[in-house]
Ligand binder design. Structure first.
Ligand code: ZN
Ligand code: ZN
Length: 819
């Protein structure tokens, strides 16, 4: 039996321990059942988890539980993404160190020990939310087998000629001291000034150009105007003199120079932006590097050398002003590309980097999008938009420390690249020598590659990590492609895209059949809750303690898939109300099921009971259908409205019958009991994926003794049974509750107690045509044993109207008191 009061803080922990002890959610490696596999996002180990994580991860967890109850063998792993820049930045901040100022091995040890603590915290948090992951399937991206799979990926791409070691201009973060990829850019509006500068022409005259980056003047290599810009017709091909720095640059034409912007003349530098790089390649311009990889001006900047970029800009603007070159300076706010991890403005430097050639494969990558089912559908467009607008190959090398090394050595004598055998992986070429000399020139002068991989290079392999691609115990045949990837919408351009890229290159297939995209939790309008911004509400642990895991879970399921939601603590209170009501309703039902041992649906003979059971079938049908489509919020709202109707109307209608069955005829109690059993047992199963603890509590209090299954979560998710659907019975139920509702409203309005007995009530049969089937329930629930069917309502009685129906009551309403 259920306890007097439900104390979630105690009971939830009890069930979490129970599931753990019984291995309730373990993936069965030997089963022939259909597999449902989930490519769970490995959270970046770079800070604490916030309510936004709870939101999206729970939405996916609900699906895992649903699929398990559908009888599938659910593969539900959890991983940690703990290599690469985000983790390094976290460790640098937390331990107040700099990776580049320490011995590499010491820094890596520090990273390893720091992530272990955090991962334990993460795991505890997921467990306290009742997550049904199989922790035996846990991985961390820095561990050996993940490194091996990343290196295997690189070697496979290398073999297929899909990676290249290129020396070319690339995006660079001067703060993190590494190359980065297009996907890591974040466009932020920043204040700046738009400056009109006067360049003198070599043989007299002048040209005015506008720029936000005058500190790049020493890097200026030419001036571009549009070929159709009549203003500059006569000076094309002539030389201009760069103010302050004095070097001569030609005036050239290019279609990309915008006639409308500023004066229409623009300076091209090494490199201010992506267009500069395109021009550099297209027009074979010289290279003038005035900003170093440390973000300081080089000797090219003359008097302004060795300054940080912003300081150089300030001093150069002052000088331009003094010398009369600065004609106009306008304050503007404009979008600037920054590094998403640190917010630093991006620079463009020529460095040698490893890149994956994605640009050549855009068509294939677009076609793959059609083979994947996107939930919600419109999210596919975001992927397509990203791929269509992609303008860089994927730069995968980072000049950092804590990550997967590139398994490759370079021959110092002939530049040949030497790769290890698969059996040597994982390998750190900085620590280990290759097993052979250069196959081309025979030299033993071989140097290990110094870079580490972009962290996405490993996390993009999460499906392959899950099925242990290329490993001895590989599950590739069983799991590839995986069933489903859950993730948030902001990483479609990174995680979803890179995973699709890898799967295409390695498996020539999609990585997963379905992708379920969730939204964010917003704290106030427009602001995403994130650990780095520190704008979240109190941590998830506190919220769980205060409201319980079930309540928090219920809240996450209230928001539409893919939609962002605002954090409203008020909504937790609504959720708490449902959990309490479910407990109380079940307690009432179980009280009347005392001694009940053999459920038998053929004993449900009363029309009101049958009407409710008919409605239940429709709820089962819809919630299955919605959950199959990842539409957990619609499923929940169907179940919820059924549940409240059951509590508010059905229980009121049949209450008298379970207490006094003798008044209702033969089989009346059995009918009610069987209906109660079926409804409560169905409700706890319908709700189990959403609120797993309280439903398990109710299941164990009674149903387990009859059903003999160890957990409600291993019971079957309720399926609709069409044999139980009956429009007539539903109508009886509906009319009966309308009838009782009308009387109750009347009593309330006349300040009569709800169990006041009323004398005659007349009704016209056509208005409550089906009430007959539930007559004994209606009579008792309405407090009127004397119901009369008439053709015309008596005029001397009080007429009451309710939902477009009319009743006549033998009762004189009191005068309404007025002040
Ligand atoms: Zn950075
Ligand atoms: Zn060689």
């Amino acid at each position: 039996m259920l306890p007097k009061k439900y104390k979630p803080q105690l009971e939830e922990k009890k069930w979490q321990d129970y599931w753990k002890e019984n291995n309730t959610f373990a993936f069965d490696h030997n089963s022939d059942k259909e597999i449902y596999s989930i490519d769970t996002p490995p959270p970046t180990v770079s800070g604490v988890l916030h309510i936004g994580h709870v939101y999206s991860y729970t939405q996916a967890e609900i699906i895992a539980r649903f699929q398990r109850m559908k009888g599938k063998n659910v593969f539900y792993p959890f991983g940690f993404d703990d290599n690469g820049l985000p983790t390094e930045r976290y460790v640098e901040k937390k331990k107040k160190v700099r990776g580049n100022k320490m011995k590499r091995s010491e820094f890596n040890d520090l990273c390893r020990s720091t992530v272990v603590e955090l991962e334990e915290q993460f795991k505890n948090m997921w467990t306290s939310l009742g997550f049904s992951a199989d922790w035996n399937l846990t991985y961390s991206t820095i561990q050996d087998d993940c490194q091996r799979i990343s290196q295997r990926s690189f070697l496979d791409l290398h073999k297929q000629n899909l990676v290249e070691h290129r020396n070319e201009p690339n995006m660079w973060c001067v703060e993190c001291q590494t190359a980065i990829a297009q996907a890591e850019l974040e466009s932020i509006d920043k204040d700046s000034t738009f400056n009109d500068l006067k360049f003198s022409l070599e043989d007299g005259g002048e040209i005015i150009i506008a720029t936000t980056r005058p500190e790049l003047l020493p890097s200026c290599v030419c001036i571009f105007v549009h070929p159709d810009d009549s203003r500059y017709k006569n000076i094309i091909g002539k030389n201009a003199i760069v103010p302050i720095f004095g070097h001569k640059v030609p005036i050239l034409t290019d279609e990309k120079a915008d006639i409308e912007k500023g004066t229409g003349a623009v300076m091209c530098c090494t490199f201010g932006d992506k267009t500069d790089i395109e021009w550099f390649k297209k027009h074979k311009l010289p290279l003038r590097v005035s900003i170093s990889k440390y973000g300081k001006t080089t000797e090219l900047a003359g008097d302004f050398q060795n300054l940080k970029i912003k300081e150089a800009r300030k001093q150069i603007i002052e000088k331009l002003n003094e010398t009369g070159v600065l004609l106009k300076s306008k304050s503007i706010s404009h979008p600037v590309n920054t590094h998403e991890r640190c917010g630093t403005d991006i620079e463009f430097l020529s460095t040698k980097q490893w890149v994956i050639k994605v640009m050549d494969h855009k068509d294939d990558l677009l076609k793959l999008a059609d083979k994947i089912n996107w939930y919600p559908k419109f999210m596919k467009q975001r992927y397509i938009h990203w791929v269509e607008n992609l303008s860089w190959d994927w730069c995968i090398s980072r000049q950092r420390f804590f990550g997967v090394p590139f398994p490759i050595w370079h021959c110092e004598d002939c530049n040949t690249q030497i790769t290890p055998e698969d059996s040597e992986l994982p390998v750190d070429p900085k620590e280990n020598s290759p097993k052979k000399d250069c196959p081309k020139c025979g030299s033993s002068n071989l140097v290990g590659d110094l870079n580490i991989m972009d962290t996405w290079m490993t996390s993009s392999m999460s499906p392959q990590i899950n099925y242990k691609w290329g490993e001895e115990n590989s599950l590739e045949n069983k799991l590839a492609p995986m069933s489903m990837r859950p993730q948030a919408h902001d990483i479609i351009r990174t995680w979803a895209f890179y995973t699709i890229v890898k799967s295409w290159f390695h498996q020539k297939d999609i990585p997963w059949k379905d992708i379920m995209i969730s939204g964010h939790v917003l704290y106030k309008k427009g602001a995403k809750i994130s650990k780095s911004k520190g704008n979240g509400p109190s941590g998830p642990e506190k919220l769980i303690e205060q409201y319980s895991a079930d309540v928090i879970r219920y809240w996450t399921a209230g928001a539409k898939l893919g939609a962002d939601c605002y954090f409203e603590e008020q909504e937790f209170k609504i959720a708490a109300k449902l959990v309490t009501k479910l407990f109380n309703a079940s307690k009432f039902a179980l009280m009347h099921l005392d001694g009940f041992t053999t459920p038998d649906t053929s004993k449900i003979t009363f029309a009101i009971d049958k009407g409710l059971i008919s409605l239940l079938q429709k709820v089962c049908k819809k919630s299955n259908q919605y959950l199959e489509e990842y539409n957990y919020s619609l499923a929940l709202s169907e179940i919820e409205s059924f549940f409240w109707d059951f509590c508010d109307n059905y229980m009121e209608l049949m209450k008298h019958r379970v207490y006094n069955p003798q008044d209702h005829g033969e089989g009346s109690k059995e009918s009610a009991q069987n209906a109660l059993y079926l409804v409560i047992f169905s409700l706890i199963r319908l709700l189990a994926p959403f609120i797993p603890h309280i439903t398990e509590e109710i299941y164990h209090a009674f149903f387990k003794g009859i059903e003999k299954v160890d957990s409600v979560h291993l019971c079957e998710y309720p399926k609709a049974n069409d044999d139980f659907i009956s429009d007539d019975d539903e109508k009886t139920y509906f009319d009966s509750k309308t009838f009782v509702g009308a009387i109750r409203k009347f009593k309330t309005e006349n300040r009569l107690s709800l169990n006041t007995e009323l004398d005659t009530i007349e009704y016209i049969s056509s208005q409550f045509s089906s009430i007959k089937g539930g007559l004994s329930d209606v009579q008792r629930a309405s407090g009127c044993l004397n119901l009369k069917v008439v053709d015309t309502l008596s005029e001397n009685l009080s007429l009451i109207e309710f939902e477009e129906k009319t009743l006549a009551i033998d009762y004189t309403p009191k005068e309404v008191e007025t002040n």
